[in-house]
Ligand binder design. Structure first.
Ligand code: LMR
Length: 396
Protein backbone atom coordinates (compact mmCIF):
# COMPACT_ATOMS: atom_id res chain seq x y z
CA UNK A 1 0.00 0.00 0.00
CA UNK A 2 2.68 2.52 0.93
CA UNK A 3 4.72 1.57 -2.11
CA UNK A 4 3.10 4.47 -3.89
CA UNK A 5 4.85 6.95 -1.58
CA UNK A 6 7.92 8.69 -2.91
CA UNK A 7 10.93 9.90 -0.95
CA UNK A 8 10.76 13.63 -0.27
CA UNK A 9 13.56 16.17 -0.02
CA UNK A 10 14.53 17.24 3.51
CA UNK A 11 12.60 20.12 5.09
CA UNK A 12 13.87 23.55 3.97
CA UNK A 13 14.76 24.55 7.54
CA UNK A 14 14.99 21.41 9.66
CA UNK A 15 17.01 19.67 6.91
CA UNK A 16 19.73 22.36 7.23
CA UNK A 17 19.67 22.01 11.02
CA UNK A 18 20.36 18.27 10.60
CA UNK A 19 23.25 18.91 8.22
CA UNK A 20 24.72 21.33 10.78
CA UNK A 21 24.49 18.72 13.53
CA UNK A 22 26.37 16.18 11.39
CA UNK A 23 29.22 18.62 10.66
CA UNK A 24 32.28 18.11 12.89
CA UNK A 25 34.24 21.15 11.74
CA UNK A 26 35.12 23.34 14.77
CA UNK A 27 34.42 26.53 12.76
CA UNK A 28 30.81 25.60 12.04
CA UNK A 29 28.14 28.27 12.61
CA UNK A 30 24.38 27.67 12.70
CA UNK A 31 22.31 30.52 11.28
CA UNK A 32 19.51 28.22 10.14
CA UNK A 33 16.62 27.25 12.42
CA UNK A 34 14.88 30.04 14.33
CA UNK A 35 16.00 29.39 17.87
CA UNK A 36 17.56 32.01 20.09
CA UNK A 37 21.22 31.47 20.98
CA UNK A 38 23.16 33.33 23.65
CA UNK A 39 26.69 34.63 23.21
CA UNK A 40 28.13 31.17 23.90
CA UNK A 41 25.98 29.67 21.13
CA UNK A 42 23.62 27.92 23.57
CA UNK A 43 19.84 28.00 23.58
CA UNK A 44 19.33 28.33 27.33
CA UNK A 45 16.40 27.32 29.49
CA UNK A 46 15.22 30.68 30.89
CA UNK A 47 15.63 31.10 34.66
CA UNK A 48 11.94 31.96 35.04
CA UNK A 49 11.06 28.71 33.26
CA UNK A 50 13.39 26.61 35.40
CA UNK A 51 11.92 28.01 38.63
CA UNK A 52 8.34 27.52 37.42
CA UNK A 53 9.16 23.97 36.35
CA UNK A 54 10.57 23.09 39.76
CA UNK A 55 7.51 24.49 41.51
CA UNK A 56 5.15 22.61 39.21
CA UNK A 57 6.99 19.32 39.57
CA UNK A 58 6.85 19.58 43.34
CA UNK A 59 3.17 20.45 43.42
CA UNK A 60 1.84 18.20 40.67
CA UNK A 61 -0.44 15.50 42.02
CA UNK A 62 -1.85 13.92 38.86
CA UNK A 63 -1.13 13.28 35.22
CA UNK A 64 -4.79 13.01 34.31
CA UNK A 65 -5.98 14.95 31.23
CA UNK A 66 -6.21 18.74 31.48
CA UNK A 67 -9.08 19.05 28.98
CA UNK A 68 -9.64 19.83 25.32
CA UNK A 69 -9.07 23.59 25.58
CA UNK A 70 -5.97 23.00 27.72
CA UNK A 71 -4.96 25.00 30.76
CA UNK A 72 -7.58 27.68 31.48
CA UNK A 73 -5.13 29.82 33.47
CA UNK A 74 -2.64 29.69 30.60
CA UNK A 75 -5.30 30.71 28.06
CA UNK A 76 -6.39 33.62 30.24
CA UNK A 77 -2.85 34.91 30.82
CA UNK A 78 -1.98 34.53 27.17
CA UNK A 79 -5.08 36.44 26.08
CA UNK A 80 -4.11 39.27 28.44
CA UNK A 81 -0.56 39.32 27.08
CA UNK A 82 -1.71 39.23 23.49
CA UNK A 83 -4.70 41.57 23.50
CA UNK A 84 -3.97 43.60 26.65
CA UNK A 85 -5.91 43.03 29.84
CA UNK A 86 -8.33 45.92 29.22
CA UNK A 87 -8.94 45.29 25.54
CA UNK A 88 -12.59 46.10 24.80
CA UNK A 89 -13.09 42.96 22.71
CA UNK A 90 -11.66 40.77 25.45
CA UNK A 91 -13.83 42.45 28.07
CA UNK A 92 -16.86 42.02 25.84
CA UNK A 93 -16.30 38.24 25.84
CA UNK A 94 -15.82 38.13 22.07
CA UNK A 95 -12.56 36.16 22.14
CA UNK A 96 -12.40 32.35 22.23
CA UNK A 97 -9.06 30.65 22.79
CA UNK A 98 -7.63 27.18 22.98
CA UNK A 99 -4.18 26.00 24.06
CA UNK A 100 -2.45 24.22 21.19
CA UNK A 101 0.66 22.06 20.66
CA UNK A 102 2.93 24.93 19.60
CA UNK A 103 2.17 27.68 17.12
CA UNK A 104 2.12 25.04 14.37
CA UNK A 105 -0.62 23.11 16.18
CA UNK A 106 -2.41 26.45 16.52
CA UNK A 107 -2.18 27.10 12.78
CA UNK A 108 -3.53 23.63 12.12
CA UNK A 109 -6.54 24.16 14.43
CA UNK A 110 -7.16 27.57 12.85
CA UNK A 111 -6.90 26.10 9.34
CA UNK A 112 -9.39 23.31 10.03
CA UNK A 113 -11.80 25.71 11.74
CA UNK A 114 -11.71 28.06 8.76
CA UNK A 115 -12.38 25.16 6.37
CA UNK A 116 -15.27 24.03 8.54
CA UNK A 117 -16.77 27.53 8.59
CA UNK A 118 -16.27 28.20 4.90
CA UNK A 119 -14.75 25.43 2.75
CA UNK A 120 -14.32 27.74 -0.24
CA UNK A 121 -12.48 30.41 1.79
CA UNK A 122 -9.20 31.62 0.35
CA UNK A 123 -6.24 32.32 2.61
CA UNK A 124 -3.61 34.70 1.28
CA UNK A 125 -0.02 34.24 2.44
CA UNK A 126 2.72 36.83 2.15
CA UNK A 127 5.38 36.24 -0.48
CA UNK A 128 7.63 35.20 1.16
CA UNK A 129 6.29 33.58 4.30
CA UNK A 130 7.50 30.96 6.77
CA UNK A 131 8.24 28.00 4.45
CA UNK A 132 6.00 25.71 6.52
CA UNK A 133 2.91 27.95 6.30
CA UNK A 134 1.99 26.64 2.87
CA UNK A 135 2.34 22.86 3.47
CA UNK A 136 0.91 23.02 6.98
CA UNK A 137 -2.20 25.00 6.03
CA UNK A 138 -2.69 23.00 2.84
CA UNK A 139 -3.07 19.85 4.94
CA UNK A 140 -6.16 21.36 6.55
CA UNK A 141 -7.70 21.68 3.08
CA UNK A 142 -7.46 25.45 2.70
CA UNK A 143 -7.28 27.20 -0.65
CA UNK A 144 -4.03 29.13 -0.50
CA UNK A 145 -2.93 32.13 -2.52
CA UNK A 146 -0.03 34.57 -2.20
CA UNK A 147 0.18 38.35 -2.04
CA UNK A 148 3.33 40.42 -2.70
CA UNK A 149 5.11 41.49 0.47
CA UNK A 150 8.88 41.88 0.28
CA UNK A 151 10.87 43.83 -2.28
CA UNK A 152 14.05 41.75 -2.56
CA UNK A 153 15.97 44.50 -4.36
CA UNK A 154 15.09 47.36 -2.06
CA UNK A 155 14.99 45.17 1.09
CA UNK A 156 11.70 46.55 2.35
CA UNK A 157 7.97 45.89 2.22
CA UNK A 158 6.36 46.54 -1.13
CA UNK A 159 3.35 48.12 0.50
CA UNK A 160 1.82 49.52 -2.71
CA UNK A 161 1.83 46.11 -4.38
CA UNK A 162 0.35 44.62 -1.23
CA UNK A 163 -2.49 47.15 -1.12
CA UNK A 164 -3.16 46.69 -4.83
CA UNK A 165 -3.50 42.95 -4.27
CA UNK A 166 -5.81 43.41 -1.27
CA UNK A 167 -7.98 45.78 -3.29
CA UNK A 168 -8.93 42.84 -5.51
CA UNK A 169 -9.96 40.55 -2.63
CA UNK A 170 -13.49 39.47 -1.84
CA UNK A 171 -15.39 39.72 1.40
CA UNK A 172 -14.41 36.79 3.71
CA UNK A 173 -11.05 36.39 2.00
CA UNK A 174 -8.51 35.78 4.73
CA UNK A 175 -5.08 37.43 4.84
CA UNK A 176 -2.32 35.89 6.91
CA UNK A 177 -0.13 38.61 8.44
CA UNK A 178 2.93 38.23 10.65
CA UNK A 179 2.24 40.08 13.92
CA UNK A 180 5.90 41.09 14.28
CA UNK A 181 9.40 39.80 13.39
CA UNK A 182 8.38 38.69 9.90
CA UNK A 183 9.65 35.21 9.14
CA UNK A 184 11.67 35.01 6.87
CA UNK A 185 12.44 38.63 5.94
CA UNK A 186 12.41 40.64 9.22
CA UNK A 187 10.56 43.54 7.52
CA UNK A 188 7.65 44.48 9.78
CA UNK A 189 4.58 46.58 9.12
CA UNK A 190 4.71 50.05 10.71
CA UNK A 191 1.85 51.31 12.87
CA UNK A 192 0.70 53.50 9.97
CA UNK A 193 0.62 50.49 7.67
CA UNK A 194 -1.36 48.43 10.20
CA UNK A 195 -3.83 51.34 10.44
CA UNK A 196 -4.24 51.47 6.67
CA UNK A 197 -4.76 47.71 6.54
CA UNK A 198 -7.40 47.87 9.27
CA UNK A 199 -9.29 50.51 7.24
CA UNK A 200 -9.03 48.47 4.07
CA UNK A 201 -10.00 45.17 5.71
CA UNK A 202 -12.99 46.80 7.35
CA UNK A 203 -14.10 48.33 4.08
CA UNK A 204 -13.71 45.11 2.06
CA UNK A 205 -14.76 42.55 4.69
CA UNK A 206 -11.32 40.88 4.67
CA UNK A 207 -10.52 38.73 7.72
CA UNK A 208 -7.00 39.03 9.17
CA UNK A 209 -5.29 35.85 10.31
CA UNK A 210 -2.34 36.97 12.42
CA UNK A 211 0.51 34.62 13.19
CA UNK A 212 2.48 36.15 16.06
CA UNK A 213 5.21 33.74 17.08
CA UNK A 214 7.78 36.28 18.27
CA UNK A 215 5.91 38.71 20.55
CA UNK A 216 8.42 40.67 22.62
CA UNK A 217 11.41 40.08 20.35
CA UNK A 218 11.03 43.12 18.07
CA UNK A 219 10.30 46.29 20.06
CA UNK A 220 8.67 45.05 23.28
CA UNK A 221 5.81 42.89 24.48
CA UNK A 222 3.18 45.63 24.24
CA UNK A 223 4.57 47.32 21.12
CA UNK A 224 4.73 44.07 19.17
CA UNK A 225 1.03 43.38 19.76
CA UNK A 226 -0.04 46.62 18.08
CA UNK A 227 -1.45 44.95 14.96
CA UNK A 228 -3.27 42.19 16.86
CA UNK A 229 -4.89 44.66 19.25
CA UNK A 230 -5.86 47.08 16.51
CA UNK A 231 -7.47 44.44 14.31
CA UNK A 232 -9.28 42.89 17.29
CA UNK A 233 -10.69 46.30 18.16
CA UNK A 234 -11.65 47.37 14.68
CA UNK A 235 -12.98 44.21 13.06
CA UNK A 236 -15.76 41.72 13.76
CA UNK A 237 -13.66 38.66 13.04
CA UNK A 238 -9.94 37.98 13.49
CA UNK A 239 -7.90 34.78 13.76
CA UNK A 240 -4.76 34.91 15.93
CA UNK A 241 -2.19 32.18 16.50
CA UNK A 242 0.62 32.63 18.96
CA UNK A 243 3.52 30.60 20.31
CA UNK A 244 5.67 30.43 23.44
CA UNK A 245 8.54 28.72 21.62
CA UNK A 246 10.64 31.82 21.12
CA UNK A 247 9.71 34.40 23.75
CA UNK A 248 9.68 31.84 26.58
CA UNK A 249 12.21 29.50 24.96
CA UNK A 250 9.79 26.57 25.32
CA UNK A 251 10.43 25.20 21.82
CA UNK A 252 10.35 21.46 22.44
CA UNK A 253 7.52 21.67 24.96
CA UNK A 254 5.14 22.76 22.14
CA UNK A 255 3.12 25.61 23.61
CA UNK A 256 0.83 27.81 21.58
CA UNK A 257 -2.70 29.19 21.38
CA UNK A 258 -5.37 29.80 18.75
CA UNK A 259 -7.81 32.65 19.33
CA UNK A 260 -10.85 33.67 17.34
CA UNK A 261 -12.44 37.08 17.64
CA UNK A 262 -16.17 36.86 16.91
CA UNK A 263 -18.82 39.48 16.26
CA UNK A 264 -20.61 38.92 19.58
CA UNK A 265 -20.62 36.76 22.72
CA UNK A 266 -23.04 34.21 21.30
CA UNK A 267 -20.86 33.61 18.28
CA UNK A 268 -17.77 33.50 20.49
CA UNK A 269 -19.35 30.61 22.43
CA UNK A 270 -20.04 28.80 19.17
CA UNK A 271 -16.47 29.46 18.04
CA UNK A 272 -15.12 28.09 21.33
CA UNK A 273 -17.05 24.85 20.93
CA UNK A 274 -15.79 24.46 17.36
CA UNK A 275 -12.17 25.12 18.29
CA UNK A 276 -12.46 22.37 20.90
CA UNK A 277 -14.19 20.00 18.53
CA UNK A 278 -11.58 20.52 15.83
CA UNK A 279 -8.72 19.97 18.29
CA UNK A 280 -10.42 16.83 19.62
CA UNK A 281 -10.57 15.49 16.08
CA UNK A 282 -6.88 16.14 15.40
CA UNK A 283 -4.91 15.43 18.58
CA UNK A 284 -7.64 15.20 21.22
CA UNK A 285 -5.92 17.18 23.98
CA UNK A 286 -2.78 19.31 24.20
CA UNK A 287 0.30 18.39 26.26
CA UNK A 288 0.36 19.89 29.75
CA UNK A 289 3.85 20.74 30.91
CA UNK A 290 4.91 23.69 28.76
CA UNK A 291 1.60 25.52 29.07
CA UNK A 292 1.56 24.97 32.84
CA UNK A 293 5.02 26.56 32.98
CA UNK A 294 4.10 29.45 30.68
CA UNK A 295 0.87 30.04 32.60
CA UNK A 296 2.77 30.25 35.86
CA UNK A 297 5.45 32.58 34.50
CA UNK A 298 2.80 34.90 33.09
CA UNK A 299 0.62 34.98 36.20
CA UNK A 300 3.16 35.02 39.06
CA UNK A 301 4.35 38.59 39.78
CA UNK A 302 7.98 37.70 40.57
CA UNK A 303 8.38 35.18 37.76
CA UNK A 304 6.78 37.59 35.33
CA UNK A 305 9.25 40.31 36.31
CA UNK A 306 12.14 37.90 35.82
CA UNK A 307 10.78 36.81 32.43
CA UNK A 308 10.41 40.40 31.20
CA UNK A 309 14.05 40.95 32.10
CA UNK A 310 15.18 37.82 30.29
CA UNK A 311 13.02 38.63 27.28
CA UNK A 312 14.51 42.13 27.22
CA UNK A 313 18.01 40.64 27.21
CA UNK A 314 17.17 38.42 24.23
CA UNK A 315 15.59 41.30 22.32
CA UNK A 316 18.45 43.73 23.01
CA UNK A 317 21.01 41.14 22.05
CA UNK A 318 19.33 40.37 18.73
CA UNK A 319 19.02 44.06 17.88
CA UNK A 320 22.65 44.75 18.77
CA UNK A 321 23.82 41.77 16.69
CA UNK A 322 22.07 43.26 13.70
CA UNK A 323 24.05 46.47 14.24
CA UNK A 324 27.28 44.55 14.79
CA UNK A 325 26.87 42.57 11.58
CA UNK A 326 26.34 45.75 9.56
CA UNK A 327 29.37 47.43 11.13
CA UNK A 328 31.60 44.43 10.49
CA UNK A 329 30.46 44.22 6.85
CA UNK A 330 31.11 47.95 6.38
CA UNK A 331 34.51 47.57 8.04
CA UNK A 332 35.47 45.01 5.37
CA UNK A 333 34.21 47.15 2.49
CA UNK A 334 31.81 44.35 1.58
CA UNK A 335 30.76 44.73 -2.06
CA UNK A 336 27.13 44.82 -0.90
CA UNK A 337 25.20 47.20 1.34
CA UNK A 338 23.85 45.24 4.31
CA UNK A 339 22.60 48.27 6.26
CA UNK A 340 18.98 47.11 5.84
CA UNK A 341 19.73 44.36 8.37
CA UNK A 342 19.88 46.85 11.22
CA UNK A 343 16.43 48.19 10.23
CA UNK A 344 14.76 44.77 10.34
CA UNK A 345 13.36 43.02 13.40
CA UNK A 346 13.38 39.65 15.09
CA UNK A 347 15.57 36.68 14.34
CA UNK A 348 15.52 36.71 10.54
CA UNK A 349 16.82 38.62 7.53
CA UNK A 350 17.56 37.70 3.95
CA UNK A 351 21.17 38.28 2.95
CA UNK A 352 20.23 38.35 -0.72
CA UNK A 353 22.69 35.59 -1.71
CA UNK A 354 22.16 33.08 -4.49
CA UNK A 355 21.56 29.42 -3.70
CA UNK A 356 25.03 28.68 -5.08
CA UNK A 357 26.61 31.15 -2.65
CA UNK A 358 24.63 29.68 0.25
CA UNK A 359 25.78 26.15 -0.62
CA UNK A 360 29.38 27.37 -0.89
CA UNK A 361 29.11 28.96 2.54
CA UNK A 362 27.87 25.68 3.94
CA UNK A 363 30.24 23.33 2.17
CA UNK A 364 33.45 25.37 2.22
CA UNK A 365 33.01 27.62 5.25
CA UNK A 366 30.65 25.53 7.43
CA UNK A 367 28.30 28.49 7.82
CA UNK A 368 24.73 27.19 7.67
CA UNK A 369 21.65 29.16 6.61
CA UNK A 370 18.38 28.39 4.83
CA UNK A 371 18.91 28.16 1.05
CA UNK A 372 16.90 31.34 0.42
CA UNK A 373 19.78 33.05 2.33
CA UNK A 374 17.60 33.60 5.38
CA UNK A 375 19.83 33.94 8.41
CA UNK A 376 18.96 33.63 12.06
CA UNK A 377 20.73 36.70 13.43
CA UNK A 378 20.71 35.20 16.94
CA UNK A 379 23.21 32.58 15.77
CA UNK A 380 25.90 35.26 15.49
CA UNK A 381 28.08 35.91 18.53
CA UNK A 382 31.25 37.76 19.51
CA UNK A 383 33.40 34.71 18.77
CA UNK A 384 32.02 33.92 15.32
CA UNK A 385 30.99 37.30 13.90
CA UNK A 386 34.32 37.98 12.15
CA UNK A 387 34.40 34.51 10.66
CA UNK A 388 30.77 34.77 9.51
CA UNK A 389 31.27 38.16 7.86
CA UNK A 390 34.59 37.13 6.26
CA UNK A 391 32.97 33.99 4.86
CA UNK A 392 30.04 35.91 3.42
CA UNK A 393 32.32 38.51 1.86
CA UNK A 394 34.41 35.67 0.40
CA UNK A 395 31.46 34.17 -1.49
CA UNK A 396 30.09 37.47 -2.79
C1 LMR B 1 12.04 28.73 11.84
O1 LMR B 1 11.42 29.38 11.01
O2 LMR B 1 13.24 28.45 11.71
C2 LMR B 1 11.35 28.26 13.08
O3 LMR B 1 10.06 28.75 13.11
C3 LMR B 1 11.44 26.80 13.29
C4 LMR B 1 10.62 25.99 12.34
O4 LMR B 1 9.88 25.12 12.81
O5 LMR B 1 10.69 26.17 11.13
Amino acid sequence: MFQSLEALPPDAIIGIMSLYRQDNDPRKVDLSVGVYQDDSGKTPVLDCVRIAEQQILEEQSTKSYVGIAGNAGFNKSMESMLFGVNHPTLRAGRISSIQTPGGSGGLCVAGHTIVRAKPEARVWLSDPSWPNHMPLLKLSGLNLEQYPYYDYDKHCINFDAMINAFNTLRSDDIVLLHGCCHNPCGADLSKEQWNLLADLFEERGIVPFIDIAYQGLANGLEEDAYGVRLMAERLDEVVVVTSCSKNLGLYRERVGMTSLVSKDVERAKIAQSNLGNVARGIYSMPPDHGAAVAGRVLSDGELNKLWLKELGTMRTRINSLRQLFVEKAEGRNAPRDFSFISEEKGMFSFLGLSRKQVVKLREEFHVYMVETSRINVAGINQSNVDYVVDSIVAVL
